[in-house]
Design a protein around this ligand. Structure first.
Ligand code: C5P
Length: 227
């Protein structure tokens, strides 16, 4: 059964907490991204954990192996349930992150690798003019080989990635209900189509955070997902 993750991309810590409070009992997972983590730091991870949420810390790490390994250990000690790095950081960085998580006491968070950002369309990646889907699959194959649990990819790539890398889980942002605006996302998909494609986790931000009634928006998306 696919899981809905609500991206708490909000301009204030308190706004995120208020929204999460209203979503308790409707969704199980929240995502703390760069904006919320810069604003609220480790304390906001603790707040959402105390509220009973599974916490996905989406910092998309990309640095030298030693720095990323130390950062993922610190995130694991905070109690996050899932975190991300960029697969474009390469084999040594991804393997170092996985080894660092193995060495941590306590439950190991899921480690996901970003393939190609869903805001990127053809021509947007510097010095790359090839097929974005093929690049995402190549990066996913690396992710599997280097010990990652899953990849972040567009819904359009889920089927091919699952065929090429059985066992790898897929997390898809760029989810838009049929009636919603795409905003800055370029490779979007409806919740139902993403689930049909085989996605395991659907990340949704603005269609919920900016909805007039966020709880109803989340419920509608869950219904569309068949949950
Ligand atoms: O508001 P929206 O639904 O577009 O939010 C999508 C969320 O997923 C954002 O928090 C964004 O950082 C994240 N994300 C993404 N594309 C990726 C990886 C993460 O949009 N490839």
């Amino acid at each position: 059964m696919a899981e809905l993750i609500v991206a708490l991309d909000m301009p204030e810590v308190d706004a995120g907490i208020r929204l999460a409070r209203s979503l308790r009992g409707t969704v199980r997972w929240v995502k703390i991204g760069l904006e919320m983590f810069v604003l609220g730091g480790p304390q906001c991870v603790a707040t959402y954990k105390d509220m009973g949420f599974q916490v996905f810390l989406d910092l998309k790490m990309y640095d030298i192996p030693n720095t990323v390994a130390s950062a993922v250990s610190a995130a694991a000690r905070m109690g996050v349930d899932m975190l991300t790095l960029h697969t474009q950081g390469g084999e040594a960085m991804c393997r170092a992150a996985r080894a660092a998580l193995e060495a941590c006491a306590g439950p190991r968070p899921l480690l996901f690798g970003v393939t190609v950002l869903t805001s990127m369309g053809p021509g947007d990646l510097p010095a790359f003019s090839g097929d974005m889907g093929a690049l995402a699959v190549r990066l996913a194959q690396g992710a599997q080989e280097w010990g990652l649990d899953g990849v972040v990819c567009s819904g359009h790539e889920v089927r091919t990635i699952k065929e090429a890398c059985s066992g790898l889980r897929c997390l898809t942002p760029g989810i838009r209900p049929a009636s919603a605006a795409a905003n800055d996302q370029k490779r979007v998909m409806t919740p139902a189509a993403a689930v049909q494609a085989g996605s395991d986790f659907l990340v949704v931000g603005r269609p919920i955070t900016r909805a007039e009634n966020p709880v109803r928006a989340a419920e509608d998306i869950l219904r569309d997902m068949g949950s």
